[in-house]
Design a protein around this ligand. Sequence first.
Ligand code: MLT
Length: 273
Amino acid sequence: MFFQTQGIRLAYDDSGSGLPIVFLHAFPLNRSMWAPQVSALSAQFRTIAIDLRGHGESDAPLWSFSLDQYADDVAALLDHLDIPQAVLVGLSMGGYVSLAFSRAYGKRLLGLVLADTRAQADSPDGRTGRFHLAQTAYTQGIEAVANTMLPKLLGATSLNNKPELVESIRRTIHQAPVSGILVDLMAMADRRDATTHLSAILCPTLVVIGEEDHTTPLIDAQLMAERIPHARLAIIPAAGHVSNCEQPELFNDLLRGFVEMLQPTAGEPNFRL
Ligand code: MLT
């Protein structure tokens, strides 16, 4: 399905019914990375997965956008679907967008899942890395991006033992238009530091991290879990950066348990973190 916001057409899937969960994907992937969660959870909840601008079937205009605008797109999708509040699940870049969303639209959050992401802005080295990846994307194309990103996205266990998953992630990267990649890299390089915002996140929050994630490592997850008032940390074994794809059952169990805890009982959410 598609909707329009600010002159841009964005794609999304909307499955199931019940408490709404909105999934925000990583860079440079798209909403298809949430297939294991959508298929497992849409019998119980309403699952909504969006292609962020520049990805999948969404428009990918070459322009300067901020991650705050990506968050505005998510709010526009909720408006389009008449959903006042939802649980947001953001992985990596999706987590950066979730943090931007929580800053601008915190009252619309029933709960937040920050998976394999970080609150800090880019370091100078991180920005330099984005500059180089942008040049790689522009001059060498998507296969070079895939070769750079696969070892960052997947943990050692998956890289060594799950060739089908490696190929599936490679195929997903190949669906990314170069314009979307360039826009993301500039938007991520310029994103605001969210560390001082963490204490203002008032909804129940689950911080998830793959134990083999070296792209946004455990220490970054610990910082978020320590500073967000109602947060808990879960570590997924034998998973790297895309922990939801690498250990889908474990990720789904964590997510299901978290969202079940948010189900309203007698009119009130059941916050037990
Ligand atoms: C992602 O998975 O979204 C990216 O690795 C995030 C980043 O490059 O900071």
